[in-house]
Design a protein around this ligand. Sequence first.
Ligand code: NAD
Length: 294
Amino acid sequence: MKIGFIGLGHMGNPMCRNLLKHGHTLKVSDLVPELVKKLTDLGCEAASSPADCARGVQLVITMLPSSPHVRSVYAGDNGVLKGVAPNIPLIDSSTIDPHTSREVAWLAQAQGNVLVDAPVSGGVGGAEAGTLTFMVGGEARDFEAVKAVLSCMGKNIVHCGASGNGQVAKICNNLMLAIEMIATAEGMSLAVKLGMDPRVFAGIVNTSSGRCWSSDTYNPYPGVLENVPSSRHYTGGFGSDLMLKDLTLVTDAAKSARQPVMLGAIAQQLYQKHSVDGHGGLDFSSIILQYLRT
Ligand code: NAD
């Protein structure tokens, strides 16, 4: 297939490389010329705008920072919807708010194109290994139409229901992840302050009812697990600012749905403080520094 790919950053670049590995040809677009060059060096064609990127291709994929970028890349003056032919499927893999996702899908539909939302989990490591999870929102037949190409970049391709539901799954999962990470950080730091060895305590938790992914696979306390960000000064992994972004999407979505998210709001504020303290670039498990330094 000839695919238009827009947004060649941390995630987009390795996703493109996996599409190339599977024999697809790519027309690519990014605001940063160096990121475009990295892919034209591998044989991709450079596009002059999102509209140009969508012209003459059989599918368009976008991997952009946030909702305003997605809106302007699709619906702007030189946007995808200006260049794309009718019936060409569109996939947005950015993490954005479900409301914008549905609005842009509706604009696409009004001119004869299907847009599915397909945000991912798995991070840069998953993008490089081609093992991302894609959470897809759209009609069942449209999900079936894009499943094969998503399989070139991911391992689990899940249909979440109607348009926007991929975003819903993504942000609600990350809401739970942030809360369990903060709970683990709080419990671990208190246990140590009260005299316990962190490894002994983690061992107890991980065979008891406090166990969760953050305690047994990604423990935030330094030295408890090897090969996780807490054991390498919180480098690599999933950045605290990306978690803050997702939690802000959560609290905004909850506000528009008039649904309380008490712990989500506290989690959002904790990550906001963490970012203001200068730790936004550290892995999200570094939230434990908010406890270890007090
Ligand atoms: P990134 O900032 O590295 O890449 C985004 C790219 O989009 C940038 O290169 C930017 O120049 C480009 N861009 C912005 N506006 C553009 C425009 N008008 N035209 C063309 N290109 C444009 O971000 P990322 O880390 O690759 O993340 C992309 C998305 O994936 C985000 O929505 C993020 O929340 C989500 N996500 C990221 C991770 C992660 O670990 N990085 C994990 C899961 C989900």
